[in-house]
Design a protein around this ligand. Structure first.
Ligand code: FRU
Length: 538
């Protein structure tokens, strides 16, 4: 490979536009006739920074791992305007009246999006009769929602089975409100309630989304749950029917998020068709990294599970990242599920667990390097030369224990996994664990790319408030992490996805990860239960 060429840092399985600028994922839906996943996105084809006119770009995938780009799908009506973020639903029963028998029910795609002009933000409806490639604006009725506001955007629609209605959530961004509307035909909307000023506010609310998730079996955290413990065994009290689902309400905040800049928070609670009520007022953050924003879930899926995508960047620095001729990628697709999660030794909470969706059939693999059940010492370092002629896609699993009785006399008992560039080993990623702090951090600051050292918002270290995967004894705790690095983005899944941290990184173009080392800074503290790493290529 040609060292030093930025065009070489394009991720392989994280979706990127061929050229131009991309931000939020939009209109995610699954076409069950073609068995095809559609992803649209905020797109400026004329430059590699955000700008008007702003379009909906379009890509599809059969396997959620490799992507095909298509022509723009939604075109803003004027040059100083934008087709801002929004969603797509499949109108199987033609409730809108837009379709005839000639459009298969599984392909009756209706898009609801924000039309941004210098004067206002209003909600527009468009529909597609060709399976989601081109859209016709509903000119007779647009806008379908107009509050005479310039800060009213990002409609996300879903079908609410219980009330047999379409539900739309949309942000009154600078009032910290998410408005909830209902409709029977996708064009006439009734205001039901506002979810107001909860959780983390930051500067503004954007990109809301409400989604139903099944409760984990034998859930012990829900207040209304009727399961209880008797003699140490979980028993069910059959007099009250147990709740089977909960609702997750997602709200993106930018700027001013917990990590700095942009991130997506969520609440767990109940939705009755008109109002969302959170079980507890606490905010959860769906991804603890710096690069995961404007998360949206898919309408429809083959197995009924909830699939999602986030924009893998941060408004703090997205316009300056060193990629060319495109800017930004999406996250991997993730499946969401609710889990009964040990937040600390005394309390269990409902937590959303993220599982990356990767189709391994599309890859060729390099050799798998593995290491098991060994205590690591300062004079015992693991070093692996990964296979050559691979191109920058690496995954690993690491499970280890830390012994607190042994690290007390060290200022910093660290374990480091280094992932080094093949051509220039001074460029590396470090996944560090500090036993004293009982926390991981990702260190993406060691590169020769000027942007990384010159942009202070591109935080070089990002820590993760993880939990042990197991309290083995009073003194020994176990930690577990899966990581996947794809040329300029690293996704880390702790404890099988209970916590996730997504961060972009930038090495000199073509300097793909080719070496892995594990080192420790203290003796007798760490035992590697399992470490595996391998290269993959398309
Ligand atoms: C979020 C956002 C949305 C808006 C879009 C414009 O990243 O600001 O609120 O619809 O980007 O591109």
């Amino acid at each position: 490979v040609e060292y030093g060429n930025e065009t070489l840092n394009r991720p392989l399985i994280h979706m990127t536009p061929t050229y131009g600028w991309m931000n939020d994922p939009n209109g995610l839906w699954y076409d069950s006739k073609e068995e095809l996943w559609h992803v649209y996105y905020q797109y400026n084809p004329n430059d590699t920074v955000w700008g008007l006119p702003l379009y909906w770009g379009h890509a599809t995938s059969k396997n959620l791992t490799t992507w095909t780009q298509h022509d723009v799908a939604i075109i803003p009506p004027a040059n100083d305007s934008g087709a801002y973020s929004g969603s797509i639903v499949v109108d199987y029963n033609n409730t809108s009246g837009f379709f005839t028998e000639s459009t298969d029910p599984a392909q009756r795609a209706v898009a609801i999006w924000t039309y941004n002009t210098p004067e206002s933000e209003t909600q527009y409806v468009s529909y597609s009769t060709d399976g989601g490639y081109t859209f016709t604006n509903y000119d007779q009725g647009n806008p379908v929602l107009d509050l005479n506001s310039t800060q009213f955007r990002d409609p996300k629609v879903f079908w609410h089975e219980e009330s047999q209605k379409w539900i739309l959530t949309v942000a009154k961004t600078q009032q910290f409100k998410i408005a909830i509307y209902s409709s029977t035909n996708l064009t006439t909307w009734t205001h039901e309630s506002d979810f107001e000023r909860e959780g983390y506010l930051g500067y503004q609310y954007e990109c809301p989304g409400l989604v139903k998730l099944p409760l984990p079996k034998n859930d012990t955290t829900s207040t209304e749950n009727v399961l209880s413990y008797s003699n140490g065994t979980l028993v069910s009290n059959n007099t009250v029917p147990a709740e089977t689902d909960k609702w997750a309400f997602f709200i993106s905040i930018n700027p001013g998020s917990i990590q700095g800049g942009s991130s997506t928070q969520y609440f767990i609670g109940d939705f009755n068709g008109t109002h969302f009520v959170a079980d507890y007022p606490n905010t959860n953050v769906i991804d603890l990294g710096k690069d995961y924003y404007a998360m949206q879930t898919f309408f429809n899926s083959p197995d009924g599970d909830v699939y999602s995508i986030g924009w893998a960047s941060n408004w703090q620095y997205s316009a300056y990242v060193p990629t060319d001729p495109w800017r930004s990628s999406m996250s991997l697709v993730r499946k969401f599920s609710l889990e009964d999660f040990q937040a600390n030794p005394e309390t269990r909470i409902l937590n959303i667990k993220s599982t990356p969706v990767i189709d391994y059939d599309v890859f060729n693999f390099g050799e798998t390097f593995a290491y098991e059940n060994e205590t690591l010492n300062t004079n015992n370092t693991l070093h692996y030369d990964l296979a050559k002629n691979f191109d920058g896609l690496v995954e690993f699993n690491l499970t280890f224990t830390a012994n607190s009785s042994a690290y007390g006399n060290h200022d910093f008992a660290g374990l480091d996994l280094f992932l080094r560039g093949d051509m220039n080993k001074n460029e590396y990623l470090r996944l560090g664990f500090g036993a004293n702090a009982a926390a991981f951090y990702i260190d993406r600051g060691h590169t020769e790319v000027p942007f990384v050292s010159s942009n202070p918002f591109f935080t070089d270290k990002v820590s993760v408030n993880n939990q042990p995967s197991e309290y083995v004894t009073n003194e020994i705790t176990k930690y577990k992490v899966y990581g996947i690095a794809d040329r300029n983005i690293l996704e880390l899944y702790f404890n099988d996805g209970s916590q996730v941290s997504t961060n972009t990184y930038f090495f000199t173009g073509g300097n793909f990860i080719g070496e892995a080392d594990i080192e420790v800074a203290a003796d007798g503290v760490f035992e590697i239960e399992d470490f595996q790493i391998r290269q993959m290529t398309l």
